[in-house]
Design a protein around this ligand. Structure first.
Ligand code: GDP
Ligand code: MG
Length: 318
């Protein structure tokens, strides 16, 4: 699914993409180099939507080039969702011409698009003038375009831009039959896993840290930060001890994946976290602390239903 990120250099497009789709925090993307020309990156959003993000880097000479006879069809055709991003702390009236061309070719070459999204970024900065930018970009838009464009003031630094992009992409999931089928199937497999275990199950997508689905139905949470989970000092120490013990017993061929269940204990429940495949992490939360509930979940995580989930996720890997 082709997603277009368009707009002047320094607006925050690459930061937005990396923080949303790879779960990076803002500090990690502070020193990005300007994107030269078109950069295309593929991600699996929320574990079910295959994205090809076209990040169109933007000094004006590049942007103009995208509108040329030889390039515009390639750039603007078959687009599923398009985002135009500007830096509200650096208002530039000249961007209006670029915006006009962007709209013109977007709706010409991808006529099935019903919304284009404008993100007025960096509202965390004191000098941000998102209202002024809004005036410049919306003034005199003719009737045909005006209800097809939605403007949102955002900040990648504070997280509202990622929130908006997630909303936009979730909307695409809702419109995509294949994604919904996949989601339904995974939900069904989680329900199978749940049977008689007195626990709830949540499945997360590792790159973006977003929930794929859960036995709770709708459940909103902030994206998880797997960086912390993966390289905790405790984790790596345990792995090396485990490896030594196994070598001692002449068991070789270990991967960190083989040591993939983590158990947390609280006053009221157990939480078990297990990697299903590379890229999907399952969390089980028990509804009680009775020992038989704990062993029931362990049974589920090592039984048929877990295996079916694993096989399904593997078979539908992109
Ligand atoms: N203060 C602030 N800075 C941001 C925000 N988003 C991006 N930046 C910074 O703006 C600069 C350009 O970002 P980048 O993603 O490379 O912009 P691009 O050229 O549109 O891809 C970087 O130094 C980012 O750290 C934001 O929401 N607030
Ligand atoms: Mg960039």
């Amino acid at each position: 699914m082709k997603i277009l990120l368009f707009g002047p250099a320094g607006a925050g497009k690459t930061s937005l993409m990396r923080t949303t789709c790879l779960g990076y925090n803002f500090m990690k993307v502070l020193n990005l180099k300007p994107t030269k020309g078109v950069s295309r990156e593929n991600f699996i959003f929320r574990g079910i939507l295959e994205l090809s993000i076209w990040d169109l880097g933007g000094q004006e000479r590049y942007l103009e080039r995208y509108f040329s006879d030889s390039q515009r069809e390639l750039i603007f055709s078959e687009v599923t969702a398009a985002v135009f991003m500007v830096d509200s702390a650096l208002v530039d009236a000249g961007v209006r011409d670029i915006f006009n061309n962007f709209l013109k070719y977007l709706f010409e070459f991808s006529p099935e698009i019903d919304q284009a999204y404008v993100l007025l970024n960096k509202i965390d900065l004191q000098e941000s003038k998102e209202d002024e930018y809004y005036e410049i970009l919306s003034k005199g838009l003719n009737g045909e375009f005006i209800d097809k464009i939605s403007f949102t003031p955002v900040s990648v630094k504070e997280g509202s831009a990622q929130h908006r992009l997630i909303e936009i992409l979730d909307f695409e999931i809702q419109k995509n039959t294949l994604s919904l089928q996949r989601l339904g199937k995974i939900r069904h497999l989680l329900d199978e896993l749940k049977i008689n275990t007195i626990s709830e199950y949540l499945l997360f997508n590792q790159p973006d840290g977003l929930l794929i689905t859960s036995t709770f139905g709708k459940f909103e949470s902030k994206p998880l930060q797997f960086m912390k989970f993966e390289i905790g000092t405790l984790d790596s120490n345990i792995y090396s001890i485990y490896q030594q013990i196994m070598e001692f017993q002449s068991i070789t061929n270990l991967s960190p994946l083989k040591l993939s269940t983590v158990v947390y204990e609280s006053e009221d429940c157990w939480i078990l976290v297990k990697e299903v495949i590379n890229g999907a992490v399952l969390m089980a939360v028990t509804r009680s602390k009775r020992p038989e509930v704990f062993s029931g979940v362990l049974g589920a995580l090592n039984g048929e239903a877990f295996n079916s989930l694993k096989i399904y996720l593997k078979s539908s890997e992109f």
